[in-house]
Structure formats: structure tokens, C-alpha cells
Design a protein around this ligand. Structure first.
Ligand code: HSE
Length: 430
């Protein structure tokens, strides 16, 4: 999409007007929060005023206190020199990317909550912001209201980060919590998540891990200094998780959590994955329930820090967006340095090379010599742990393999079992 945009030389001495592109849950939350805490927000932004001037949306909002601000053409924002900060809460890549790029090129700072946009186009947009001496900030794109990107890039800047991992999706955490605490099968837990307004009608992005994948890409880029595309991250969701796995994990003292994880490897590359994993109850992350998110950062000086809170929702997400607006206000003349290097296909190691402990559940035919297979596995992996659970089907064998390279663990399995495992999950201990 070609948009006309000239640097409109934003005036900062008198006004700092705002525009919101996309007046959905988050966009309307931003307007609400700006109104609710207006005095302190303006004071903290060091601007004389912060006036919401336009709302870009195709819909009309009769009765909404800001309904009169709705416009339909982004050009109005681009051509208005009084608009210095644009909030993008449209979601999706198109037309968000074209609109955000045009705003940056027109000399306007942009704040977004759009993880899909940042994960796919973050490098290009940060470069555009640098070239035009404006800010491009996206604290709300990961963890909703939880402060994580700023702490990672500022407060922890003295550290070499070795790992960032966490529960990055509230919907799936709610579903998993219901599966563990209420013995709900996956479809019923998903339905409940939809009834509560957590999961979308089309829940694919949440349950198949795409949303968490976008977030781990952003965290990895900030932690390790290079753009990571979602296509570089092996992503598994929770839709194929079975009640049998929940029962085996519970019996062994584990929760199952959908974890996004990026780890610095000794050779300088990173490992980046999104997948459900067994987490022992002794770990804090295993006890993060319902729609809550938690993100662990491991640094060489700080050790482990965990950020916990509401990872979604109208006002929690607006809280992070408005904090970015305030930061833009404070950094009009000298933009905030925020950036990373372009992606490199060799930067992310293939997931098959990862070393991890594994949970495996197989269901063997009754004629299968289970004892012989167990003895062979024990010889190969002396640390193997069998998981017993009441009510297991005849022929079910669930066990934990001690840490091994994934490709080697899978080869050992194929050698000892003439059946495809029903489930293979990583076991992660923090
Ligand atoms: N659908 C997301 C979640 C919203 O459930 O966490 C925030 O990205």
C-alpha cells in the first residue's frame, strides 16, 4: 500500500496530540486510561498536554465519549503536524505495517501492542524510527501489562542474558489450569475459555502457540540482540494434549505449561521454542495459574528474575501502552535507543539439537514385550524414571528420559519401541 507521507516536523512546544489506530478493546482502554489518570500522565510525559485528536477505525461508535474523533483515512493523521504520537492497536500485519511505517516516516512516534507486527517487522520499523529520529515502542506486545521489555533492555542491561522463558499466553494457561485442576478435557476447557471471553472464536493463534511464538521472538531479539522471525521458532500448541498426559504429569509431581523459551547456546547461537512442557511443582512457573503470565529472565549477574501478572485485558494492556506514550513524550528531541540486528538464519539452532529431559508416553500392543523394551531403555538411559498412574490403559508406558540431545532421544525411542509415541514433551526445570 502506498501512502503519502512527509516528515511533518512535529511541533512539540505547544501541543502533543495523539491518534489511536484501532478502537477495539485495547485502543478504547488507552483512551479510558488517558482520561482516568490524565493529570499524572501529562506531568510524567513532560508535555504541556496530551490531547487525543483522532481515532482511526472503520466502525462508528455512537454513544462513545470519543465517537466524534473517529476518522476513516490514515492520511488525516499523517498530514497533521500536531499529531506527534500514534498508538497502533489494530492488530494483524495489514494494514498495520503500512500505517505504522508511514507514521514513522512522517516523523511521528508510534506505540503498539501488536506482537504480530513487531515479531514480523520489528527490525524494519526500528530502523525506520532510527532514520526519522522518532520512537517505536511496544511494551504492551509481550505480557500485556507486565513490565518486561523495558526491564529487559534497561534495568538488566548490565547482564549477559542466558535465558528468557515463560508462560506467555493467558488463554492456554487458563485451559491447562482447568485441565489439571478440574480434570476437564481440552475441548471443554477451550469452550470455557471462549465463554469467559479469553479465547477468540477462532482460537488457533492461542492454542497452536502462534501468539506465544510472536512474543518469544520479541523477547529473544531484545535479550540476544538479533531479530528472530516466527518461522525460525519450532512451535507446538496444546490442542493435542491428552487427559492421559495430564494424569501422568500430575502423578509424577509436574504441571504442564505452554512455555516460550529462548536460550543462549555456548557457540553463540540461540535455541528458541514454543511447546507444552512438564514443569515440576517445585518451580515457581508451575504454580502460575489461570490467565496469568510469568516471564523468567536469567542473567549472569542477577541470576533469575520473574515477572508475573496479567498478560492481557483492556486496562492492563492499556497500562503498558500509556507508559510508552509517556516515554515518547519524554523523548521527543532525543529518541530512545532501542534496536537489534537483522535476522540471520544461522542464529537459531535447529530444535533437534537441543538438550533436554523428555516425557514420553507410548501405548504398546498387548503382545509387545514391554519388559524387554524397558530393560533396553534402562541400559541406554540409566536415569530413566517410570511414571505410574492409576487407571492407565494396559500397554501404556510413560517415562522421563534424563537430558539428551533431542534427535538422539528420538532415535533411542525408535530403536526400542516399534510404535509411535503418543506424546513427547520436554521436561523443563528452572
Ligand atoms: N490471546 C492472548 C492471551 C492475548 O491469551 O494471552 C494477549 O496477547
Amino acid at each position: 500500500m502506498q501512502l503519502k507521507h512527509e516528515n511533518t516536523n512535529v511541533r512539540t512546544d505547544t501541543h502533543m496530540d495523539l491518534a489511536i489506530m484501532g478502537y477495539g478493546v485495547v485502543g478504547s482502554g488507552v483512551a479510558q486510561l488517558l482520561h482516568q489518570n490524565y493529570e499524572s500522565i501529562v506531568a510524567r510525559s513532560m508535555q504541556p498536554s496530551l490531547r487525543l485528536k483522532y481515532i482511526l477505525d472503520l466502525r462508528a461508535f455512537p454513544g462513545d465519549p470519543y465517537g466524534h474523533l473517529v476518522i476513516r483515512d490514515v492520511q488525516t493523521i499523517l498530514e497533521d503536524p500536531e499529531v506527534g504520537i500514534v498508538v497502533e492497536t489494530m492488530g494483524g500485519l495489514h494494514p498495520a505495517f503500512a500505517f505504522v511505517l508511514a507514521c514513522l516516516e512522517a516523523g511521528k512516534s508510534v506505540v503498539t501492542s501488536n506482537k504480530e507486527l513487531v515479531a514480523a517487522k520489528g527490525y524494519e520499523l526500528l530502523e525506520a524510527a532510527r532514520a526519522h529520529n522518532v520512537n517505536f515502542l511496544f511494551e504492551a506486545s509481550v505480557g500485556g501489562g507486565i513490565p518486561i521489555l523495558r526491564p529487559l533492555s534497561q534495568c538488566l542491561a548490565a547482564n549477559k542474558i542466558t535465558e528468557v522463558a515463560g508462560i506467555l499466553n493467558g488463554t492456554t494457561n487458563f485451559i491447562l489450569t482447568r485441565m489439571f485442576e478440574d480434570d476437564m478435557p481440552f475441548p471443554a476447557a477451550l469452550r470455557l475459555a471462549q465463554e469467559n471471553g479469553y479465547a477468540e472464536k477462532d482460537p488457533t493463534a492461542d492454542i497452536e502457540g502462534h501468539d506465544a511464538c510472536r512474543k518469544i521472538c520479541i523477547l529473544a531479539a531484545l535479550a540476544f540482540g538479533r531479530h528472530v522471525y516466527p518461522e525460525q521458532v519450532r512451535t507446538e500448541g496444546i490442542s493435542s494434549l491428552r487427559a492421559e498426559d495430564v494424569a501422568c504429569a500430575s502423578a509424577g509431581g509436574f504441571a504442564i505449561k505452554l512455555l516460550g523459551r529462548a536460550v543462549r547456546l555456548p557457540d553463540g547461537r540461540i535455541s528458541a521454542t514454543v511447546a507444552p512442557a512438564l514443569v515440576p511443582h517445585s518451580c515457581l512457573l508451575a504454580n502460575v495459574s489461570d490467565v496469568y503470565n510469568a516471564i523468567l529472565v536469567r542473567g549472569d549477574a542477577i541470576g533469575d528474575v520473574i515477572f508475573y501478572g496479567r498478560g492481557a485485558g483492556k486496562l492492563p494492556t492499556a497500562s503498558a501502552v500509556v507508559a510508552d506514550i509517556i516515554d515518547c513524550g519524554k523523548h521527543v528531541q532525543h529518541r530512545k535507543f532501542f534496536g537489534w540486528d537483522p535476522a540471520d538464519p544461522a542464529f537459531v539452532a535447529p530444535a533437534e539439537e537441543d538438550v533436554s529431559a523428555f516425557y514420553i508416553r507410548t501405548v504398546c500392543a498387548l503382545a509387545f514385550d514391554l519388559e524387554a523394551a524397558k530393560a533396553a531403555l534402562l541400559r541406554q538411559f540409566p536415569g530413566v524414571r517410570w511414571l505410574e498412574r492409576p487407571g492407565a490403559a494396559p500397554g501404556e508406558l510413560a517415562f522421563l528420559l534424563p537430558p539428551a540431545v533431542e534427535s538422539e532421544a528420538r532415535a533411542a525411542l525408535a530403536e526400542n519401541f516399534d510404535v509411535q509415541p503418543e506424546t513427547v514433551l520436554r521436561v523443563i526445570e528452572f
